[in-house]
Design a protein around this ligand. Structure first.
Ligand code: C2E
Ligand code: CA
Ligand code: CA
Ligand code: CA
Length: 277
């Protein structure tokens, strides 16, 4: 029994070492990834729950490194956040996404553009100017931009600074959506502390589909109504899920049922395509 135990420990520590080495390697490679043009963008539509219109397209970052191959953002974003590299990567995402949105010529039919922001970007100096400059450069109205932030905005020593930054952006006409809603530990009562315009229910609740998850979604919708904000559900993969969410009163839906993230903005689905499904 002892030998088995030792064997197990050994395997475990080797895994840990591999994991640590991979993280280090990702961190190293991330430094040149923007300049080496290893990043690209994917776009995924968010549709109104009536399926009448496309409300927005979410921008999702993709990384293909010559050595590591394709790495998931769930793996590399936390590492980029730790090293601070996310600030440069985020600037690339903002500029490139707005460039493609402007260049598509179909922006008016494609709804808004939703971009994910890390906490580190929010507290880095100059974010407001960076966003304003990027919008001006690509001649896009602030009303067409959505910034998705996570509940980490409530759990930070910088709450006052974050509030100032988000309030300025919101005053310009930019929407602020609270992503991964329900997974953090922020209290619902703190929602009023930030200029949030919509909640994005995390896909784990959408996909569980049990009574408890449904209760959480229903509760979120009720609370959002009290605050006068909208609710979006992500990770919608089945018609049954879409219908249940529609029933609960969720305003907009996003997920593989409608479209996977697609590599070119121009190729993202149109309303006509959705109506056929
Ligand atoms: P997120 O912002 O919650 O994005 C939604 C994730 O769910 C995306 O994963 C998307 O591809 C995936 N998804 C969409 N529909 C479905 C579905 O029907 N079923 C399932 N199972 N998944 C679905 P992705 O693209 O791998 O991104 C993972 C996370 O990485 C994002 O989660 C976001 O937190 C982060 N991320 C991606 N791009 C950026 C970026 O440009 N900046 C920052 N800061 N974070 C980003
Ligand atoms: Ca998001
Ligand atoms: Ca999310
Ligand atoms: Ca997420």
């Amino acid at each position: 029994a002892k030998r088995t135990l030792r064997g197990t420990t050994l395997v475990y520590s080797e895994h840990m070492k591999c994991d640590q080495e991979r993280r280090l390697m990702i961190g190293q490679f991330l430094r040149q990834a923007v300049s080496s043009k290893e990043f690209s963008l994917s776009f995924q539509p968010i549709v109104s729950s009536s399926l009448q219109s496309i409300e927005a397209h979410e921008v999702l970052l993709r990384w293909n490194n010559p050595v590591l191959g394709s790495v998931s953002p769930d793996e590399f974003i936390p590492i980029a956040e730790e090293s601070g590299e996310i600030v440069a990567i985020g600037a690339y995402v903002l500029d490139e996404a707005l460039h493609q949105y402007a260049a598509s010529g179909s922006a008016s039919r494609s709804g808004k553009l939703a971009i994910n922001l890390s906490l580190l970007q929010l507290v880095a100096p100059g974010l407001v100017d960076q966003v304003r400059n990027a919008l001006a450069k690509h001649r896009i109205s602030a009303h067409r931009l959505v910034l998705e932030v996570t509940e980490s905005i409530f759990d930070d020593r910088n709450t006052a600074l974050i509030n100032t930054v988000l309030t300025e952006l919101h005053r310009d006409g930019i929407e602020i959506h609270l992503d991964d809603f329900g997974t953090g530990y922020s209290s619902l009562s703190r929602l009023h502390e930030m200029p949030i315009t919509a909640l994005k229910i995390d896909k784990s609740f959408v996909q569980k589909g049990d009574a408890q998850a449904t209760a959480i979604i229903e509760g979120s919708v009720l609370i959002a109504r009290q605050f006068g904000i909208r609710v979006i559900a992500e990770g919608v993969e089945t018609l049954a899920q879409a219908e249940a969410l529609q029933e609960i009163g969720v305003d907009a839906l996003q997920g593989y049922l409608f479209s996977r993230p697609v590599p070119r903005f121009q190729e993202a689905v149109t309303v006509a395509q959705i109506e056929q499904t």
